[in-house]
Design a protein around this ligand. Structure first.
Ligand SMILES: O=C(O)COP(=O)(O)O
Ligand SMILES: [Mg+2]
Length: 241
């Protein structure tokens, strides 16, 4: 079957005058919790502790891998873990997650089409995640998204991570785009807080991970139901219904 490209007429109103779009990764482009939860479960089992459900892990994602491991250990022990156990837990988690970062992970609907169209429209796309940097490239490559991004920043790439504005300001400076021409697209309050602090326009997606809270509580500039909403009306390809 022949697949026809979809052509989009204009940019979404929220993108008028914008030159750079920063995307969050987990909960925005990819539903990564199934693999994160499996790695957390294997980690706790290896340490002789009981494993949490995927639902529990979903609410712990957002502040990077060290905090995810700390939340998991605190849940299993019902107390704050000692620094040595925390370090061991982190090392074991990185091994397990690194061995299978994309077995159960899926792309959210419309992600590829949206990135492709925005890239074609000449916008600079960057990725800003709190996930450790080493996982970014293999995941983006696996899903065929790597070439859309000019720059990728992980949670351990710079001295500060989201909700701090540093990674966003670093990306804007690196790409020579003023913050007022930049947009942050994300699923969590950390994306929105970082975006506001950096002077970016903030767009939120409600389907990801936000510690169990509605993303509207963070007062983003706009909430979209999916990334395809970032695209303006599709133009009909001549001769195709
Ligand atoms: O790794 C996390 O905790 C969250 O990653 P994200 O910033 O891509 O949502
Ligand atoms: Mg996220």
């Amino acid at each position: 079957m022949q697949v026809h490209p979809i052509h989009y007429s204009e940019r979404h109103a929220a993108l008028q005058g914008k030159r750079l779009i920063a995307f969050d990764l987990d909960g925005t482009l990819i539903d990564s919790v199934p693999d994160l939860a499996a790695a957390v479960a294997s980690t706790l089992n290896e340490l002789g502790l009981s494993a949490p459900s995927e639902m529990e892990v979903r609410n712990w994602v957002g502040n990077g891998a060290p905090v995810l491991v700390e939340r998991a250990l605190t849940w299993a022990l019902k107390a704050a873990p000692e620094p040595a156990l925390l370090q061991r837990g982190y090392d074991v988690f990185m091994e397990h997650y690194g061995a299978a970062p994309n077995s159960l992970t899926t792309l959210y609907p419309g992600v590829t089409q949206a990135l492709q169209a925005l890239h074609q429209q000449g916008l600079t796309l960057v990725l800003i995640t709190n996930k450790p940097e080493r996982f970014i490239e293999p995941l983006l490559r696996h899903f065929g998204l790597l070439d859309y991004f000019t720059l990728c920043i992980g949670g351990d790439s710079l001295p500060e991570k989201k909700p701090h504005p540093l990674p966003l300001l670093h990306a804007a400076r690196h790409c020579q785009v003023p913050p007022e021409a930049c947009v942050m697209v994300g699923d969590s309050r950390h994306d929105i807080a970082a975006g506001k602090a950096a002077g970016f326009t903030t767009l939120a997606l409600p389907y990801g991970y936000n510690h169990g809270e509605p993303i509207e509580s963070s007062h983003p500039d706009l909430v979209l139901s999916s990334l395809t909403e970032l695209l303006a009306t599709p133009l009909k390809t001549p001769g195709i219904d």
